[in-house]
Ligand binder design. Structure first.
Ligand code: DOR
Ligand code: ZN
Ligand code: ZN
Length: 354
């Protein structure tokens, strides 16, 4: 059966420009997005250099403008140096991204002072997105609550975290959250067959109990986000493997397989991949945009067929239901028969769409 969906929105991807185009760039990353049924992606600022000021932001904007095949918006990174100036870039970005824990790249805030000042100075009009695990989550929830600033918690992975977010929501805190397909479909029990190095990801793959808690609390999860974090196979298999999984080309297949298995409804999926991310990040509608999915088609995950440059996936060999056949974006067929049909630079920055 051919299912027609609106263009999906991924609120959390790493497209590696500026700095590491060998892992991914705006061309390969947005091609992977289209192949996965996404017509808009929100790109993270932990690049090289990180996107914390006008000069670095302009590097990413220029790369995206010339290469992107689907629509996008950029996050500004919260650093130690840009507490006072971040607001100047706020109209050009979809949100302020804060790293409260060690992940990949140099952006990490570990002083309460800096955290407090960023939260108090950032405008109310755009969300603060936070990588905040465990106790860091409690800290940022309090700060955002004190200042009534919209807070979006990235990639919730554990039972204690979703329970805390649920309690904060019930108290009326201005908080939303996302979960990744890899935390929904994998746990630490999958580490042996994926391999220890390749399994490195932050937040880490959690226990079965944590994984079940995410499914049990789906009503408190606003978005599905891939946290597409490509690193090459060579880097993943090295002595010092960087954390991160690619996710753009497997997310919809995994989630549609869950729909087929009745673990999720199609309405649940659409709310978390279209309506909620659009509302949370104030994204404009994409007119004349649709994704055609063959829901009857089964396929086997093969990284060799991916548009992403990273060359591997933790889901290799998995059999999924639902294949993206064609994507139309703003009236033009941009993806068909496994090939990108848009020209480089067709994608637009949604923060500059009038
Ligand atoms: O595993 C991760 N990889 N977690 C992050 O927070 C960052 C990401 C990356 O940029 O590779
Ligand atoms: Zn993160
Ligand atoms: Zn991330």
């Amino acid at each position: 059966m051919l299912l027609r969906l609106p263009g999906l929105i991924d609120p959390h991807v790493h497209l590696r420009e500026p700095g590491s185009p060998h892992k991914e760039d705006f061309g390969s990353g947005t091609a992977a997005a289209l192949a996965g049924g996404f017509t808009a992606v929100l790109a993270m600022p932990n690049t090289q250099p990180p996107l914390t000021d006008q000069a670095s932001l302009a590097l990413a904007q220029r790369a995206a403008q010339s290469k992107a095949y689907c629509d996008y918006a950029l996050y500004l990174g919260a650093g130690v140096e840009n507490v006072d100036s971040a607001i100047e870039q706020s109209h050009q970005v979809c949100g302020l991204k804060m790293y409260l824990d060690q992940t990949y790249g140099s952006l990490r805030l570990d002083s309460l002072n800096v955290l407090y000042d960023h939260v108090s100075k950032w405008p109310h009009t755009k969300p603060i997105a936070a990588h905040a695990e465990g106790i860091s989550l409690a800290a940022i929830l309090l700060l955002a609550g004190l200042h009534s600033k919209p807070l979006h918690i990235c990639h919730v992975s554990r039972k204690d975290e979703i329970i805390l977010i649920r309690a904060a929501k019930e108290k009326g805190y201005p908080v939303t959250c996302e979960v990744t397909p890899h935390h929904l479909f994998l746990s630490e029990e999958d580490i042996p067959h994926i391999g220890a190095n390749r399994s490195e990801v932050r937040p880490r793959l959690a226990t079965k109990k944590d994984q079940q808690a995410l499914w049990d609390n789906l009503e408190f999860i606003d978005c599905f986000a891939t946290d597409h974090a490509p690193h090459t196979l060579e880097e993943k298999d090295s002595d010092n493997p960087p954390p991160g999984f690619p996710g753009l080309e497997t997310a919809l297949g995994l989630l549609l397989t869950a729909v087929k298995e009745k673990r999720l409804s199609l309405e649940d999926l659409m709310a978390r991949m279209v309506t909620h991310p659009r509302r949370i990040f104030h994204l404009p509608e994409q007119p004349e945009t649709e994704v055609q999915v063959d829901t009857g088609a089964s396929w086997e995950v093969r990284a060799a067929n991916f548009h992403s440059r990273c060359g591997w996936t933790p889901f290799e060999g998995m059999k999924l239901r639902g294949k993206v056949r064609q994507v139309t974006l703003r009236g033009n067929v941009v993806y068909k028969d496994s090939e990108v049909r848009a020209s480089a630079g067709y994608g637009m920055d949604l923060m500059f769409a009038n």
